[in-house]
Design a protein around this ligand. Structure first.
Ligand SMILES: Nc1nc2c(ncn2[C@@H]2O[C@H](COP(=O)(O)OP(=O)(O)O)[C@@H](O)[C@H]2O)c(=O)[nH]1
Ligand SMILES: [Mg+2]
Length: 393
């Protein structure tokens, strides 16, 4: 039995990582509740993301999860397989893949306008606009992660509200073999921040080569290594234990989100000048000399920041062509995130899911909350404190 899913097209990398956790916990529950069938989750290949626009590094499409994540670690939480493996396993002639059933999830607009929410899973007519499926002969063609050889026998539109748990009633394993949920982001976490959530999150270890690149950089430019920083941990995440004594490398790390965040977020996203003065203040207070900057800023903005912080060592990760081509924009994002997660002190950007993922990694590594849940301030004098989603073991 296979579960597949896709996410609303405009969503970025780091929200998609959160949707994986929802899907993984869903699978975990399914497997625990039902021993009759073998359930597996098919990992939706990465591609065509709005932010991934580096040129000359080849196609950023159909990227398998192994490029970014450690599949063996994922498998210690639930059975997963890559799309290309599924395609080989599922189709008889190795050409055409016909999924049994697609559920196209939609929000209940009435609930949103009334502000009253109850669980719902109701078959409805399919939308006229923005509906990617169309019937050709006896099958449905659709987006299907960009694969033109995938179709479905049936597509059902569902008005959905509630947690992933509510999706279970749509599964009919005695009749069908494969189920795809489109717009999986509409289903909420079964229990956000629960032990299950954190197990799934901890199973998302990165591809070990990405750790190697990040660790080499830490050692070479930031004088940081796990032994000194008290951030050692077992290779196997299931052997990890909760702790709060991580020290981190002798640097402050900042995630400075720009680009689309500069629009309509003046209250929470600072100017470069303001960011520099906030960083200076913190560096002085913490008696640190070095800032690691993870950012999607344009070069001139970064140069501006470096100039304003001229009395400090300001550094960012600059990939070689080889690393850029091999790991692509997604891998570079993860390298930045790893380096931030090992810093003595971290300051993020309010409401950025990129920042959230760093905070989670720091929770797993065992840093004190005060060193993790910090945000740059925007033009508003009062700074946002944001939620503290602390780890549960
Ligand atoms: N390498 C790198 N990429 C970044 C950084 N900040 C943003 N990006 C890119 O921009 C995308 C941001 O989108 P998303 O993952 O949705 O996070 P959010 O929009 O900040 O919540 C990331 O996936 C990266 O591709 C950064 O500090 N370093
Ligand atoms: Mg985003």
């Amino acid at each position: 039995m296979y579960i597949l899913y896709d996410v609303n097209l405009p969503e970025g990398f780091n929200l998609r990582r959160d949707v994986y956790i929802r899907a993984a916990v869903f699978l975990r529950n399914l497997i625990d509740n039902d021993t009759k069938y073998d359930w597996q989750l098919v990992l939706p290949p990465w591609g065509n993301l709005y932010h991934w626009r580096s040129m000359n590094i080849g196609m950023q499409k159909y990227i398998p999860w192994a490029t970014f994540f450690d599949i063996v670690s994922l498998q210690k939480y639930i059975p997963v397989l890559e799309m290309y493996e599924f395609m080989k396993e599922y189709s008889v002639d190795r050409k055409e893949i016909v999924l049994d059933r697609v559920y196209f999830l939609q929000h209940d607009e009435n609930m949103f306008s009334a502000g009253k929410f109850v669980d719902k899973n109701e078959v409805a007519s399919c939308p006229e606009n923005n509906f990617p499926y169309r019937k050709i002969n006896d099958k449905f063609a659709g987006r299907f992660w960009g694969y033109s050889n995938i179709t479905a026998l049936e597509v059902k539109c569902i008005i959905f509200h509630g947690t992933t748990f509510g999706l279970m009633k749509n599964l009919k394993p005695s009749i069908h073999r494969s189920f795809m949920f489109d717009h999986m982001e509409i289903a909420l976490h079964k229990e956000y921040g629960s032990v299950d959530y954190w197990m799934a999150r901890r199973s998302m270890r990165y591809n070990s080569e990405l750790y190697n690149v990040a660790n080499e950089f830490r050692k070479k430019y930031l004088n940081s290594d796990d032994k000194k920083d008290n951030t050692e941990r077992p290779d196997d995440w299931t052997m990890e234990k909760g702790k709060r004594n991580a020290v981190g490398g002798q640097y402050l790390a900042v995630h400075l989100r720009r680009r689309d965040f500069l629009m309509g977020r003046k209250d929470t996203v600072p100017t470069i000048k303001s960011a520099a003065s906030q960083l200076k203040k913190k560096l002085k207070e913490l008696k640190l000399e070095t800032v690691f900057v993870a950012t999607d800023a344009k070069d001139h903005e970064y140069e501006d920041l470096v100039t304003q912080l001229r009395n400090y060592t300001v550094i960012r990760f600059s990939p070689t062509d080889y690393i850029r081509t091999k790991f692509k924009d997604g891998g570079l994002a993860i390298i930045d995130q790893i380096i931030c997660s090992y810093a003595r002190y971290f300051i993020g950007t309010y409401e950025s899911t990129f920042t959230f993922r760093i905070q989670e990694d720091r929770e797993i590594l065992g840093f004190l909350n005060e060193t993790t849940f910090n945000y740059l301030c925007g033009t508003k004098n009062k700074c946002e404190t944001g939620g503290r989603w602390t780890i549960v073991w």
